[in-house]
Design a protein around this ligand. Structure first.
Ligand code: 2HA
Ligand code: ZN
Length: 278
C-alpha cells in the first residue's frame, strides 16, 4: 500500500511554488546579494496549491514558532527557506534547503509537511516573515511573497545616507526615472537592530502596514508582493538605483526634478508617497 501512496504523492520539489523558490534563490545568489546563508524567502501557497499537494498530508514535525502568529496566517501554508542554508544550494537540493509548513490553528506552531530533510527548520527570520505576511495580507489579500536579501549597493547607500524615509525615498527617485514608477509608495527604513528576533519582526511588520519595501540599516532589505516577480522586482529596482547612486556619489550633475517626477507619476498612473515632492 505504501508504494501506491508514494506513487500518488505529488512531487513537491518540482511543484510550481518550489520551482519559484529554486529560481529566485539561484538568481539572488548569482547577483551576489546573498552570501553564505544570507537572505530568506517565504511564499504563501494558494488554497488550491495546498489542497492539490497537501490534502491529508501527515505532519512530519511540529516546530514551535516562538511567538503567536496573527489569526490571518493561521491554518495557512508557506514554503520557506531553511535556517543556516545557503541560497547557492537550494536548486540542487530543495528538500533539504526548503520546507513547507502549515501554521497551526493556535498560531503557536509550524507543522512541517515537507522538506528540512536533515532535521533543520525555517529561517531565523521567520517571525519577521510571518508578521510581514500578516501586515501585508491585511492591506492586500493577494499578497503572497516576502523576500529578505543583502543587496550590496542598497546596504552601501543605506550606510552613507540619512535614514530619514522621505529623504531616502527622494534620493532614490531622483537618481533613476524607474524608481518613482516602481515604488511610488517609497521605502520604509528601520535603524540597525539585532536580527532574528521577534522585536525586529514586529518593527518590520509595523513598517509593512505602509510600505512594501523595508530597509534594515547595515543589514539588508525586505520586499513583498503578490508574486515572486513583484517582490523580486521591487528589490531589484531599489538595488539598481542604489548602484547608480553609489557609482556617481557626490558627482551627479543631472538630477531628476520634482516636476519630472510628478510627470512620471502622472504618465504611469501612480501616486507618489505624500511629503516627498514639493
Ligand atoms: O538568514 O539573512 O537576517 C540569514 C539572514 C539573517
Ligand atoms: Zn539578513
Amino acid at each position: 500500500m505504501k508504494i501506491f501512496e508514494n506513487l500518488l504523492k505529488k512531487n513537491v520539489a518540482d511543484s510550481p511554488f518550489a520551482e519559484e523558490m529554486r529560481e529566485v534563490t539561484s538568481n539572488m545568489y548569482r547577483l551576489g546579494w546573498d552570501e553564505r546563508n544570507g537572505g530568506n524567502v517565504s511564499r504563501l501557497l494558494t488554497q488550491e496549491e495546498a489542497t492539490e499537494y497537501f490534502a491529508g498530508a501527515e505532519v512530519l514535525r511540529k516546530i514551535p514558532l516562538g511567538f503567536t502568529a496573527d489569526e490571518i496566517v493561521r491554518g495557512r501554508y508557506f514554503i520557506v527557506t531553511g535556517t543556516g542554508k545557503y541560497f547557492k544550494n537550494v536548486d540542487k537540493d530543495p528538500e533539504t534547503n526548503l520546507g513547507v509548513v502549515k501554521i497551526s490553528d493556535s498560531g503557536e506552531y509550524a507543522e512541517l509537511l515537507w522538506g528540512f530533510k536533515d532535521g533543520g527548520k525555517f529561517t531565523s527570520e521567520f517571525p519577521a516573515h510571518l508578521m510581514s505576511h500578516a501586515a501585508r495580507l491585511k492591506k492586500d489579500p493577494e499578497n503572497k511573497v516576502v523576500i529578505h536579501s543583502h543587496p550590496t549597493y542598497t546596504i552601501a547607500m543605506n550606510t552613507v545616507c540619512d535614514i530619514d524615509e522621505l529623504k531616502f525615498t527622494k534620493t532614490l527617485w531622483k537618481t533613476n526615472t524607474e524608481a518613482v514608477v516602481v515604488f511610488p509608495d517609497g521605502v520604509g527604513i528601520l535603524p540597525c537592530m539585532v536580527c532574528g528576533t521577534n522585536l525586529i519582526g514586529e518593527a518590520t511588520a509595523k513598517k509593512m502596514e505602509e510600505y512594501r519595501i523595508v530597509l534594515w540599516t547595515n543589514h539588508g532589505i525586505y520586499g513583498t508582493g503578490r508574486d515572486m516577480d513583484e517582490a523580486f522586482g521591487l528589490i531589484e529596482t531599489v538595488e539598481k538605483t542604489a548602484q547608480i547612486y553609489m557609482l556617481t556619489l557626490g558627482r551627479a550633475v543631472n538630477i531628476i526634478s520634482d516636476e519630472t517626477l510628478k510627470g512620471l507619476a502622472a504618465r504611469f498612473d501612480v501616486t507618489p508617497l505624500d511629503g516627498v515632492l514639493k
